[in-house]
Write a protein that binds this ligand. Sequence first.
Ligand code: SF4
Length: 322
Amino acid sequence: MLLEIDNLYVNYKSYWYTLKVLNGVWLKVEKGERVGIIGESGSGKTTLLKTILRVLPQNGIISKGEIRYDGRNILKLSDSELAKIRRKEIGMIFQDPMAALNPVFKIRDQLYDILKYKMTTEGHNPSSKELYEESLRIFNDVRLPDPDRVLESYPFQLSGGMRQRVMIAMALASAGKLLLADEPTTNLDVTIQDQILKLIHRLVVEKNLSIILVSHALGMVYQMTDKVYVLYAGDIMEEAETRKMFNKPKHPYTQLLIASTPRLSSVGVGEGIRGKLPDYRNPPAGCRFAPRCPYVMDKCINTKPSRIQLSAEHTVSCYLYD
Ligand code: SF4
């Protein structure tokens, strides 16, 4: 097992209130496995990825839980151990490349920094020529044209598509084992989205990386993953092998989420899910989906349903399967 998350609780605290976002999240990723996380915007997907890498904003508090990565508890690592993992083992593609790239340094300085660290910790002190050649190789991997110009540019001098490719290149340079991809094509033109996804998919397969792909684009998750988790309001509602999840969803939320996604092959667009995500200041005490669920029962209101194993590759948290 490469990554195992257990009973993870994350809150955001402000002077006036606490947002109780992640509510006992669990998740497993095997070596080389491609895992998707789906759910509406605001369900806690980005918070979950940032927690794995421990890059939450200052007011994000991990109040409980464990994140075991390759035999180590991420939450107990020192800053230097964590820095090593971020630079050599786990790479992250953020929604907004500008958030990941430092605006005041040229791309060359940012990429060389990662490569130099990686090579030095492998016992080799690289020359400038070696760093340059490695950069060209990485840029070639992500099909980034005009590498010399890119290396000499500041992030703001590049187009959105180029910045995204630079970020993917940098994430892949540091992802020795695991890639976390948070809505990797959100800010891109539709014509480029497909290219970027194919690129990520190819590189993950070629390098035998594990990936956690977070997206509300269900088609993308269907094509790129082996297993899917459904996250709703900070709770994992269902886990299943990808095709099973899309063909035979069990949880009422998953069923509505999939049914509300427009498909090219069907007539019209699904109705959507009535209601909205709960207020994280005061979320429901029981099943967090209860206020929107068409099958809600009395017991759903006060007590959170536990995980029910329907088969080896299918788990659901819902009283309907108790
Ligand atoms: Fe609906 Fe109850 Fe199942 Fe939650 S536990 S999804 S409220 S039936």
